[in-house]
Design a protein around this ligand. Structure first.
Ligand SMILES: Cc1cc2nc3c(=O)[nH]c(=O)nc-3n(C[C@H](O)[C@H](O)[C@H](O)COP(=O)(O)O)c2cc1C
Length: 191
């Protein structure tokens, strides 16, 4: 990523629900992205359950595509719900597939997290567990701002669109911070 060039961000969400709040967060991030930051969303719903036997025969095409999209992106943006105080299985499964050698694509990748949940802690525990996985994978996780959205039922409409203005502002701050973090990790002076 050059000083003037567009930063490409790949987003994905840990919910397959049609009206998912967390997919809504990714749409809000796309809407909040300023010129110079392009956010594309990858749908993880076609990724099969991980099996080492399948991997031994070669990555399924959808996994191969996911790995290539991650590798090509300058940064990642992950929106996750919290399931039973942790990372939803579908998201962990997608990351597990993508993380397998050779050339696991999370190495040195700038990554930002956000999450919306029904409960009062706004995915705090899920995000913490996700950070632990990326320690092993050498991901470069952005620390702040923390986007932990509790009580999400009051902040999204029935189609999963974010309606809460303070949360939209926070997401815009996250995108700006992720862009600065990405430039810094690539040793490019701030725009
Ligand atoms: C299996 C399961 C476990 C859940 N566990 C939690 C939890 O630990 N904390 C929480 O705040 N919400 C929990 N919830 C509620 C989620 O916050 C809620 O389903 C939310 O809508 C998920 O995000 P989504 O709208 O992106 O699908 C759980 C939901 C499911 C289905």
């Amino acid at each position: 990523v050059g000083e003037q060039s567009t930063i490409s961000v790949l987003g994905f969400a840990g919910s397959l629900r049609r009206a998912s709040w967390n997919q809504g967060l990714l749409r809000a991030a796309q809407e909040a992205a300023p010129p110079g930051i392009a956010i594309e969303v990858f749908d993880i719903s076609d990724i099969p359950l991980y099996s080492e036997d399948i991997r031994q025969r070669g990555f399924p095409a959808v996994v191969q595509g996911f790995r290539e999209r991650i590798r090509a992106a300058d940064a990642l943006l992950i929106a996750t719900p919290e399931y039973n105080y942790s990372v939803p299985g579908v998201l962990k499964n997608a990351i597990d597939w993508a993380s397998r050698p050779p050339d696991q694509p999370f190495h040195d990748k700038p990554i930002a997290l956000m999450g919306a949940s029904a409960g009062t802690f706004g995915t705090t525990r899920a995000q913490h567990h996700l950070r632990q996985s990326f320690v092993y994978l050498d991901g470069r996780l952005l620390a702040r701002p923390e986007v932990l959205i509790p009580g999400a039922a009051q902040k999204f409409d029935a189609d999963g669109n974010l309606t809460d203005a303070p949360t939209r502002k926070l997401i815009a701050e996250l995108i700006a911070a992720l862009a600065a973090w990405t430039r810094r990790l690539k040793c490019v002076p701030p725009a």
